[in-house]
Write a protein that binds this ligand. Structure first.
Ligand code: ADP
Ligand code: MG
Length: 632
């Protein structure tokens, strides 16, 4: 290859520089991963070319066997990774590995903890794989030519990883990309054939293209024999794991495959490998990760499924393949029915894809149900990581609602701990005789849910209440009307629907009558801040509580939305009072109307605070409270 004289120098963007600095200064304790990252890029490049060649066969001309070759020179201390894939033109080189920090770079830097071992494992996940070359190299030279571009249009990129890189034009380069690593003094060991073979076996065995190295030659040639040039031999198994039959694959292989395609360092929690035949034919290999990724709750987080058509890679992050509430699923789907030249547009609405999707969703739900039934501890582990996402399910996936409901877990007053382990089946099983409703309460923390005054009567009657304190719960419950014929009732809203005994009813009526005067006085003070004031049948030890209409949004959520600047319909809650409570009895005796008014305000504000709502006049609350305390 000959390079022309013109050499341009470009600065790396600040964030790329920071990242490189971190890597170079030995953050990476697991150095050998550099090879996995570079081979993974080479394999992606071959995938991309194979896909483009479906509609433009010319691209492969002259060199149709896609492959990745690894070479090393022990004496010079270099490792070379070469692929005959898609390659890059000048603009692509600059965009992909240079000036511009990819979105992942900044997030990666933000999520660094300073714990070397775990930080280094993050690198692959953030799409900053290429830079890992600098962990072992003090100079990297990348020469690349875009498939389809003329032979003299190659470009060479070179950097020592400090602040800048150079670009120069190169003529007569082969199609694809060649990366030469000039190893650091301390990392020369990686230029050994044996070492490289082991690393390839360990991290890149599943790569579907042949990864080749020169065969090893032992000893000197015999007298009179000519020294033969070593031949290339394939080092990896180069078969699509998912296309092999289940019985041939052992657990270790499944785990390694997962780690390689997901850039994860941990084993998966579970997987499910299926060959589906019938109307449509496809294979799926679906994994559940052990740990939630950093961007699980980000809006544009896409699905981690890769779509193949007859083993040809089509695209990753195929978000058509999983609904959002299962966006943590990783793996591969390979269809025999889709056309090879599918475009993203075709995939927008496609019968085959719809069938694959609904089949795959069922597989995931079944995998989860089996885990919940057979390995509850493992399921608990899953729930801690992904439960909040799964709770979006009932609102999103009507067709599978019943199955998703069976997978939900909540905390409850049964154990009164914040661990979410109670299933709806368990709840129903424990229901009291005559109980036909599932009671729950939503709040913005476990403590607020557990301590809510709304639970007092239910607790007294020994009726279990599900305690919900995840953000998604209020929204999630608005989509759940019933489970197995039992309707859901919020303990904080409307009528609890408890069939009180005749005795209880009578007592309540009497109490209401006795308190008529007090109720009227309170109402006069609160005016339109409440819809109504009435004697409660849900309190036993608190003086009062605010009860919402059945359709109203919980107060802590109203609060959240208000903060976010949303207009809310102004429905007012009902103030329920407990006339047995000493505070109410004292109020009843109060003759000074100003003081009485202070009492009422305190009562209302307390009830509001207990719901996680915000006070309109916090300073007023404090002043009134202090006055009361001092005068008592
Ligand atoms: P990622 O692979 O997650 O996108 P990398 O840092 O590993 O992140 O690579 C950055 C980008 O550089 C790739 O997305 C690709 O566009 C380009 N690239 C890297 N290596 C190659 C290669 N061997 N052939 C073609 N393009 C490559
Ligand atoms: Mg990569």
């Amino acid at each position: 290859m000959t390079a022309t004289a013109k050499v341009e120098t470009h600065e790396f963007q600040t964030e790329v520089q920071q990242l490189l600095h971190l890597m170079i200064h030995s953050l990476y304790s697991n150095k050998e991963i550099f090879l996995r990252e570079l081979i993974s890029n080479a394999s992606d490049a071959c995938d991309k070319l194979r896909f483009e060649a479906v509609s433009n066969g010319e691209l492969l001309s002259g060199d149709a066997d896609l492959r990745i070759d690894i070479d090393c020179d022990e004496a010079a201390g270099t490792v070379t990774i070469r692929d005959n894939g898609i390659g890059m033109n000048r603009e692509e080189v600059i965009a992909n590995i240079g000036t511009i920090a990819r979105s992942g770079t900044k997030q990666f830097l933000d999520s660094m903890t300073g714990d070397e071992k775990s930080d280094s494992q993050l690198i692959g996940q953030f799409g900053v794989g290429f830079y890992s070359a600098f962990v072992v190299a003090d100079k990297v030279t990348l020469t690349t030519r875009r498939a389809g571009d003329s032979e003299d249009s190659a470009v060479r990129w070179e950097s020592d990883g400090s602040g800048s890189f150079t670009l120069e034009d190169v003529t007569d380069a082969c199609r694809g990309t060649e990366v030469v690593l000039h190893l650091r003094e301390d990392d020369k060991e990686f230029a050994g054939t044996h070492r490289l073979r082991n690393i390839i076996k360990k991290y890149s065995d599943h790569i579907t293209f042949p990864v080749r190295m020169l065969e090893q030659q032992f000893g000197e040639p015999e007298e009179g024999e000519e020294k033969k040039d070593p031949e290339w031999e394939v080092v990896n198994s180069a078969s699509a794991l998912w296309a092999r039959s289940k019985s041939e694959i052992d657990a270790e292989e499944y785990k390694e495959f997962y780690k390689a395609i997901c850039h994860d360092f941990e084993d998966p929690l579970a997987w499910s490998h299926n060959r589906v035949e019938g109307k449509y034919e496809y294979t799926s290999l679906l994994y559940l990760p052990k740990r939630a990724p950093f961007d699980l709750y980000e809006r544009d987080q896409t699905s981690g499924l890769r779509l193949y058509v007859q083993r040809v890679f089509i695209m990753d992050e195929a978000d058509k393949l999983m609904p959002r509430y299962l966006r943590f699923v990783r793996g591969v789907v390979d269809s025999a029915d889709l056309p090879l030249n599918v475009s993203r547009e075709i995939l927008q609405s496609n019968k085959v894809l719809d069938a694959i999707r609904s089949g795959s969703v069922k597989k995931v739900l079944t995998m989860l149900q089996n885990m919940a039934d057979d390995e509850p501890e493992k399921y608990a582990e899953f729930w801690v990581q992904f439960g909040q996402v799964l709770k979006e399910g009932p609102g999103e996936d009507f067709a599978n609602r019943d199955q998703v409901c069976k997978l939900l877990r909540y905390a409850s007053t049964h154990s009164d701990t914040d661990e979410q382990t109670v299933s709806l089946d368990q709840y129903v099983e424990r229901m009291q005789e005559g109980q036909d409703k599932i009671y729950f309460i939503t709040a913005d923390s476990f403590a607020a849910a557990k301590g809510s005054p709304h639970l007092e009567l239910l607790r007294k009657k020994g009726i279990e209440v599900l305690l919900m304190f995840d953000r998604v719960d209020e929204w999630g419950m608005s989509h759940l009307q019933e489970f197995e014929g039992k309707s859901f009732v919020s303990a904080a809203k409307g009528d609890l629907g408890l069939e009180d005994s005749e005795e209880d009813k009578k007592a309540l009526e009497e109490s209401a009558k006795e308190s008529e005067g007090l109720v009227e006085r309170i109402k006069a003070v609160l005016n339109d801040r409440v819809d109504e004031v009435k004697v409660s049948n849900r309190l036993t030890s608190s003086p009062a509580c605010l009860v919402l209409g059945e359709q109203d949004m919980a107060l802590h959520m109203q609060q959240l939305l208000k903060q976010a600047g949303h207009e809310l319909p102004s429905s007012q809650p009902v103030l329920e009072i407990n006339p047995e409570h000493a505070m109410l009895q004292r109020m009843d005796q109060e003759v000074d109307e100003d003081r009485f008014s202070d009492w009422v305000s305190l009562l209302y504000d307390q009830a509001m605070l207990a719901e996680g709502g915000a006070l309109e006049d916090g300073a007023g609350f404090v002043r009134r409270l202090n006055e009361m305390l001092l005068s008592s």
